[in-house]
Design a binder for this molecule. Structure first.
Ligand SMILES: [Zn+2]
Length: 189
């Protein structure tokens, strides 16, 4: 995996994109944070003796498009309880939670270690990486994270996740500012 910091940073940037801001309740943010790290619940399998390369192993089924799709369908009503099923907002949130869950596997596929991601599980058990893998893979377990390896992970994530996320958040701010000036005809103090 990329580290939990990397996954959460991307989920935060995606979450900030959701409009209107009133949708972004505490509940929304908790679920957003949960689904961006949820795929790594599969590390439990490593402790239960399920081999890494198994479809239920690490970076297997829980990192797949199908899994993200199921999460995408289940979460909108949990995030916004009075959401009308089939409404435009519902559809947007399905895509959003699918995207946040999938962002996990996408980041993992850009890491330089471990096995690839079973994007098409359970239909195809092949593991995939992207051709470009600049992110240093994060160790499994807390103790090995507090090491020079962990520092290397944070550095590579600052560069390859932190900067794009910062730029994206900056762009959202500029966009909000432009909208504000268009509406009010002058600039906020
Ligand atoms: Zn992962």
């Amino acid at each position: 995996m990329a580290s939990a910091f990397g996954h959460v940073a991307v989920a935060y940037a995606l979450g900030k994109t959701i409009q209107p801001p009133s949708l972004r309740t505490k509940r929304f943010w908790w679920l957003t944070a949960a689904c961006c790290v949820l795929p790594d619940a599969d590390v439990i399998g490593l402790f239960l003796g399920i081999p890494y390369e198994h479809v239920l192993g690490h970076r297997g089924l829980t990192h797949s498009l199908l899994f993200a799709g199921i999460i995408g369908i289940l979460l909108p009503r949990m995030a916004v309880p009075d959401l009308v099923f089939g409404s435009r907002t519902y559809g947007m949130l399905v895509l959003f939670f699918f995207g946040v869950t999938m962002s996990h596997g996408i980041l993992d596929a850009m890491t330089d270690g471990g096995l690839g991601i079973a994007f098409f599980a359970p239909f195809d058990s092949a593991r995939y990486f992207f051709p470009w893998r600049p992110i240093t893979v994060s160790p499994i377990g807390i103790s090995s994270f507090f090491s020079t390896w962990g520092l290397g992970v944070l550095w590579s994530e600052l560069l390859w996740i932190g900067i794009p996320v910062g730029l994206w958040l900056g762009a959202l701010r500029v966009n909000a500012w432009i909208k504000w000036t268009n509406k009010h005809g002058n600039r906020p103090e």
